[in-house]
Design a protein around this ligand. Structure first.
Ligand code: FAD
Length: 393
């Protein structure tokens, strides 16, 4: 019988891993991909949808090509259990799937109680929009419905979380939209972090494009001591309640719940070996993307895709004896601050005994020319098209 690989999660990491294992093994490995959604809406570029630079449909990707062209058995269901002794995955629909290798790339879930007053039952009143699709559409509809001169509030997450520049790109895109439709509106960020990704670049851009619109309250001013009231629509910072019109609550994050159910987490995340993304707890299980505690890579779609290719190569080697190449990883996170004002940060990485370790990096500089910023934005559009084709075929 052919060796069996089961992949849980058809997002950035899981779709890439499934595709590369199926493509490169030429039918020698039986690949099953478990994913509840029929369409995957990328979080990457969802901020551009908020800003009016993309249509929501342009963020959706389906699994037809993975099934038809790569022979992947795509199962639309939830994985609800993992029996590590029997090496089987239980699905919500009742099926049990055996595996030789299990790859988990379930993204993130939220840490219960991390924002006082908020839980998942409040996500309609105060959306997180930190998983793709309907939450993103809801947040945009709420911004569009803000009263003239109203307040958009964001509760920013503590480290580590997916897409370090994501909340700040979102602020930029909401500001871009408000400047057009509601120019006297204000943006208030409560932030538990001292500093954030590309801070100098964002602050320069906000001062240039959106002067006076954005206020960030860091931990020294009480930004870590907050609560929300979704009924009253208030954000309380350091004991002082402010009425807000939209409240984007981005809670603390942890590995997707199935990683915890499988017993491969230690605390909030799943520790893995850098060379093949295998779990430090169970060598038959690999954990990719946001869920993995892997070392120096930020949690991003680019990182998940890069890790998935290394993992796919190692899994094929282990199951069929094919050549395994030394692990190399890379990541770039682009952000759009305003029309044609794109910035980026990125690095390359290698596998050490201990972790995925950063080798070398680069970051956009303040004061760059408009031409360079426009070229950086164009580069990000090419990246989106390329990477989604690399994931979904
Ligand atoms: P995901 O892509 O989230 O995939 C997880 C999948 O697993 C989901 O489809 C889910 O349905 C499925 N799943 C979960 N549990 C189960 C289960 N029990 N059974 C079956 N399936 C399950 N990254 C970038 O590289 N560039 C960017 O510009 C960028 N911008 C971002 C902007 C925002 C606003 C956000 C929120 C994120 C952004 N990211 C960006 C980060 C990127 O989206 C994530 O890091 C990436 O999607 C992680 O991939 P993943 O495979 O770990 O998880």
């Amino acid at each position: 019988a052919r060796p069996r690989v089961v992949v849980v999660g058809g997002g950035a990491g899981g779709a890439t891993a499934a595709r590369y294992i199926a493509k490169d093994s030429d039918g020698a490995i039986d690949v099953t991909l478990i994913e509840p959604s029929r369409a995957y809406y990328t979080c990457f570029f969802s901020n551009l949808y908020l800003g009016g630079f993309r249509e929501i449909d342009s963020l959706a990707h389906s699994y037809g090509t993975l099934a038809a062209d790569y022979g992947i058995n795509v199962v639309h269901d939830w994985a609800v259990g993992v029996d590590r002794d029997a090496k089987t995955v239980a699905l919500a629909g009742g099926a049990s799937l055996p595996y030789d290798r299990l790859i988990l790339s379930p993204g993130i879930d939220f840490v219960d109680g991390s924002v006082a007053g908020w839980d998942l039952s409040a996500q309609n009143a105060m959306p997180h929009a930190y998983k793709g699709g309907s939450q993103t559409e809801l947040l945009k509809a709420q911004v569009m419905a803000m009263p003239e001169g109203g307040t958009f509030a964001m509760v920013a997450p503590p480290n580590p979380y997916r897409c370090p520049p994501g909340p700040y790109e979102r602020v930029s895109m909401v500001a871009h939209l408000l400047k057009e439709v509601n120019p006297t509106a204000k943006i208030l960020i409560a932030d538990p972090k001292e500093a954030f990704s590309k801070q100098g670049l964002f602050e320069e851009g906000w001062a240039t494009h959106y002067p006076g619109m954005i206020e960030r309250v860091g931990p020294e001013m009480g930004g870590a001591d907050i609560s929300v009231d979704p009924q009253a629509m208030t954000l309380t910072i350091d004991g002082e309640a402010t009425p807000v019109d939209v409240c984007n609550v981005i809670p603390a994050m942890k590995a997707g719940r199935i990683a915890e159910i499988a017993g491969v987490t230690d605390g909030n995340w799943a520790p893995v070996n850098a060379a093949d993304l295998s779990s430090k707890i169970d060598p038959s299980i690999h954990v990719l993307g946001d869920s993995a505690a892997q070392g120096d890579m930020p949690k991003s779609g680019f990182s998940a895709n890069s890790q998935a290719k290394v993992c796919a190569n190692a899994v094929r080697g282990a199951l069929t004896g094919s050549t395994v190449f030394p692990a190399r990883f890379s990541n770039t996170c682009w952000s759009l601050i305003d029309t044609d004002d794109g910035v980026k940060v990125g690095a390359t990485y290698e596998a050490t005994e201990e972790k995925i370790a950063r080798v070398d990096g680069f970051i956009s500089q303040t004061g760059e020319s408009a031409e360079l910023r426009a070229a950086t934005y164009q580069e990000s559009i090419g990246w989106y098209d390329g990477i989604t084709a690399d994931m979904f075929g």
